[in-house]
Ligand binder design. Sequence first.
Ligand SMILES: Cc1ncc(C[n+]2csc(CCOP(=O)(O)OP(=O)(O)O)c2C)c(N)n1
Ligand SMILES: [Mg+2]
Length: 540
Amino acid sequence: MPTMEATGGHLVAEALKRAGVDVIYTLSGGHIFPIYDGCVKLGIRIVDVRHEQTAAFAAEAHGKLTGDVGVAVLTAGPGVTNGVSAITSAHFNGSPVLVLGGRAPQGRWGSGSLQEMDHVPVVASITKSAGTVFDASQCAVAVNEALRTARSAHRGPVFLDFPMDALFVTADGEVPEPSAPERLEPDADALSKAIDLLASAERPVVVASTDIWLAGAHPELVRFVEKHRVPVVLNGMGRGLLPADHELVFARARSTAFKGADVVCVIGTRLDFRLGFGSFGEAKVVHVQDHPDEIATHASPAVGVGGDLVATLKAFADAPVTSTAARDEWIARLRTDETARRAKEQPELEDDTYPIHPARVYGVLRDKLDRDAIVIGDGGDFVSYAGKLVDVYEPGSWLDPGPFGCLGTGLGYAIAARVVHPDRQVVLMAGDGALGFCGMDMDTLVRLDLPVVIVVGNNGIWGLEKHPMQMIYGYDVAADLNPEARYDDVLRAFGGAGETVEKPTDLEPALDRAFESGMPYLVNVKTDPAVAYPRSANLA
Ligand SMILES: Cc1ncc(C[n+]2csc(CCOP(=O)(O)OP(=O)(O)O)c2C)c(N)n1
Ligand SMILES: [Mg+2]
């Protein structure tokens, strides 16, 4: 292996650079200066934010948007612990992320150095691997291996920390060539069983999700469903794998599809609460995952296929076509249901009442979005409306927190979206409660010139908690916020722009001004606190 005389920090940056990493998300701390110094010398962009959770959420979004690893660099102790919720989100979402932590010097370990803490046990259960690099000469090797682990299916976060006396010292470090991610072939027997079951189905449904996008398997997905005429429901980062207006894509007819299907094939996500824990009426279930360990054990799928999703979907697509007559009838039935349900939404989308109905915000917003706009949701009910009412047309354009459901992803996700896609619209739909977790990073949008449109659904409450508590107890506590809060003035104070909207008719001109401004812009929409999102999913 070639070697290079450099500091541990420079060797870390060298491994990142060789692997194609061109940006890190971070918040400063002396423990990690040598990594910064390496990044500066090698031309890796440093995006510095106001809270480590934002740095780690931004790294996660970077991974989600690119399918490649997003990197956060966090200082020792509180820097790392502030990143824990975001690392956990990446763990639940299977997002490829590398978190590099500073660490108190090994030479004094146990003596009580500033921020002396062993991070590894804290993050061990929420990462694919976690470890400490004690030897400066091994910094690049360890980073290279960590990147390979994060990139290999099933993807997820990897953590490494580096004692100061490994990062600051100069060593003759080994510098490996970047390693390719592992590819696991799907089991041939399981694959042919799945193909047979799909071939026999008269009323199949495919649920296409996140890992198809991360694996770059969507061209094979499209070939498979179009050739075999299979209706598709999209979930998580699966949204946009086929455009929302594709004849095989169904969103509103989802429950009709699940109830009426004879085979449901879920690809690239867990059978969790978002999918009724894997129970779909009478349907037989095929669970296709990118790794055998990801196949559901709590449910009993008829077939589970675990392995490379490109290979699996290619095999599905290549299978000979069986009669599709019954399927055409099935597709027509679902289309009728989809159209009827969409028509029923129209009055809410056009609702002219005061205070503003949250659905009305989306009724206006939908017409302002480009087909490749990136829409981010962070909040409760306001974001549930977004999930229902925003149609996605391009893959990698929709970011929600995923099944860990952590509030506060918004600014980190928006920052990364703008960094990865400087030429696309980036819109953050935030609950007023959610914005409080990460709002200070509006400063980052201004400071780094990242024009994002933020629309706050300001109902003055923790809506998704207040309404259920009222329903269960007949009263509520700890559920009120300040409806008079001027979140637009907060962004203004940082040097951005914004306005408050109270009347439905003012929404459209406000959104026009926001998109045309070319700067971070916050539209603070006072929405009706009496409206609760009509929820049916069983969350627990
Ligand atoms: C970090 C975190 N804390 C608490 C919760 C519980 N929680 C889920 S939704 C919600 C209310 C969100 O309120 P807001 O963002 O204002 O959206 P709204 O429901 O009012 O539209 C809360 C507190 C959570 N999911 N994540
Ligand atoms: Mg709210």
